[in-house]
Design a protein around this ligand. Structure first.
Ligand code: PXP
Length: 240
């Protein structure tokens, strides 16, 4: 079913690199995957350069940023990572919390405990890199993001994706909608992502004012059986 919002699809290709790193081989190559994703309808290529370099490597970042089209990096606000970003010059970044023991990003930033964040944001913006903050969908996070002067917020959809039962799912959607409305009213671009898949994505895609969804795991998982091109095209169709 088409829903008519024409959202941008950011395809996170970290897990192409996860597979490569399992053998430390050349293949599968994230830059080659990026080209397939773009041809299949991805509007933006997303990668998370983690401090432990468990999947995406610095060299991937440089290659991805040289490709035609938009490259968006998820990063922690730490000097060693910012220094790579300043040299690679992606179009945009999303600042995320990072914990070496987590399997994946566990939630939004705690903006009350984020020393140095304002300085990082200024540095990135001065370099013409668009900055978003990954936040939990609540008013306090949206207001704090606005006061830090970012261009956009990415609402964490993980609680929605993990909610069990109609009532909880509805409550999580309402949280996303309210936070999204506030972000829009405050003049920030609205993105969302984490845990979205082929079954749960459309309800999020219908939320007013969202302009971009960033999706990784479910697309790469489906690609194992359906091929990357088909997996990206199917997701793009679902949110278009
Ligand atoms: N958005 C952010 C900020 C993330 O950290 C991630 C995970 O890398 C995603 C979106 C994509 O999440 P998933 O892989 O569950 O689709």
């Amino acid at each position: 079913m088409r829903i008519g919002n024409n959202l941008k699809l950011g395809v996170n290709i970290d897990h192409i690199a996860t597979l490569r790193q399992a053998r430390r081989e050349m293949d599968p190559d994230p830059a080659a995957a990026a080209l397939v994703c773009k041809r299949a309808g991805a509007d933006m290529i997303v990668a998370h350069l983690r401090q432990d370099r468990r999947h995406i490597q610095d060299s991937d970042v440089f290659r991805l940023c040289r490709l035609k089209g938009e490259t968006h990096l998820e990063i922690a606000s730490v000097p060693s990572i910012i220094s790579v970003v300043m040299r690679a010059k992606p179009d945009s970044v999303c600042l995320v919390p990072e914990n070496p023991r987590e399997v994946t990003t566990s939630g939004g930033l705690n903006l009350k405990k984020a020393p140095g964040l304002a300085r990082t944001i200024k540095r990135l913006k001065d370099a013409d890199i668009e900055v978003s903050l990954f936040i939990d969908p609540d008013a306090a996070g949206v207001r704090a993001a606005k006061s830090l002067g970012v261009d956009a917020v990415e609402l964490c959809t993980r609680p929605y994706a993990e909610a069990k039962g109609k009532k909880k799912v509805k409550a999580e959607l309402e949280r996303l909608e309210l936070a999204g409305y506030l972000a829009y009213e405050m003049g920030m671009n609205l993105h969302a992502g984490h845990g979205l898949d082929y079954h749960n994505v459309q309800a999020v895609a219908r939320i007013p004012h969202i302009t971009c969804l960033n999706i990784g795991f479910s697309i790469i998982a489906r690609a194992v059986f359906a091929g990357l091109k088909g997996a990206v095209a199917e997701m793009k169709l679902l949110i278009s």
